[in-house]
Design a protein around this ligand. Structure first.
Ligand SMILES: Nc1ncnc2c1ncn2[C@@H]1O[C@H](COP(=O)(O)OP(=O)(O)O)[C@@H](O)[C@H]1O
Ligand SMILES: [Mg+2]
Length: 284
């Protein structure tokens, strides 16, 4: 999509810690980075104590990657997602989204990036009940005051992309959970985001619908080249990603690639399980 974005504050001039990140984003012949995370920390200062939610995390996500973020409760997953989603500022370290250094932005600048370049998918869909499918997809553009004819057409295309081309005028209550999540995914793409950030996007869904959404993520990643970063606590869901980053106690515990062979096995196993479920339902 032709982006009419103004450039954000000029790329960070490498300083002592910037040099490393600058290198990371300029590896010859490698894909550009959707995000680069360097020594990122986040502390929550409470009355009686300081909680070190992230204690210095570093990793890169190239464009086109599909990352699952896992880790026990309290390990810092939501904190990391909030920073990636520009909902909060880090305490220290560097966070690049594309070439934009968001770790040094003011709240207002962060809000601007968030509304223009971040795509969120939540467990609870967060759709507006009074609006139709296509209107829900338009919401981010509407708030930015850039909903012209071209953008309206693009929202229809996005509805088609997620398989809702026949339901443009339906309201959320007339849709299944999976269809509602498809609307949320289409909405997340409307801004041409750096990446789609999914927080337990399948957490509310039965296994059949989970498969439906994971297949959609597969397609968006493989066919559309979209970068996906999703938090999940389910091994089966993480097995579908290209890569699994595990956090523990605010630190990066492991960062592993799922082989294509393993991903295919996971995909087939889950599809088979859904087919068996359908067969059982039909015989009842
Ligand atoms: N807004 C907050 N204020 C204070 N402490 C917080 C806040 N958000 C998270 N924490 C603390 O930071 C740590 C990491 O939390 P979180 O990022 O929510 O982990 P996860 O999503 O992996 O469960 C936990 O100890 C949590 O209690
Ligand atoms: Mg959490």
């Amino acid at each position: 999509m032709p982006s009419n974005l103004q450039p954000y504050p000029p790329p960070h001039t490498p300083g002592s810690e910037g040099a490393e990140a600058a290198n990371a984003s300029s590896h010859a012949g490698q894909r550009p980075l959707a995000t680069s995370i360097r020594n990122l920390t986040k502390e929550y200062v409470l009355k009686s104590e300081t909680v070190r939610a992230l204690r210095g995390i570093s990793f890169d996500v190239p464009e086109g990657d599909f990352v699952a973020i896992m880790g026990p409760s309290g390990s810092g997953k939501s904190t990391l997602l909030n920073l990636l989603g520009c909902l909060d500022q880090p305490s220290s370290g560097q966070l690049l989204l594309g070439d934009d250094d968001v770790s040094r932005m003011s709240d207002d600048q962060l809000a601007e990036v968030r509304s223009r370049r971040i795509g969120f998918v939540f467990q609870s869909y967060n759709l507006i009940q009074q609006l139709t499918v296509v209107e829900n997809i338009q919401v981010p553009l509407y708030y930015q005051g850039r909903l012209g004819n071209h953008e309206r057409q693009r929202c229809i295309e996005l509805a088609k992309l997620v398989g809702l081309g026949e339901r443009l005028d339906h309201r959320p209550a007339q849709l299944s959970g999976g269809q509602q999540q498809r609307v949320a995914i289409a909405r997340s793409l409307v801004n041409d985001p750096y990446f789609v950030l999914a927080d337990e996007a399948t957490g509310n869904l039965d296994s059949k619908t989970t498969e439906e959404i994971l297949s959609l993520f597969d397609d968006l990643n493989e066919k559309e080249g979209r970068t996906i970063i999703m938090v999940t606590h389910e091994d089966e869901v993480a097995a579908r990603a290209k890569r699994v980053v595990r956090l523990k106690d605010g630190l990066l515990q492991s960062d592993k690639t799922n082989s294509e062979a393993d991903r295919t096995v996971a995909r087939e196993r889950q599809r088979q399980a859904v087919l068996e479920l359908i067969a059982r339902e039909e015989s009842e």
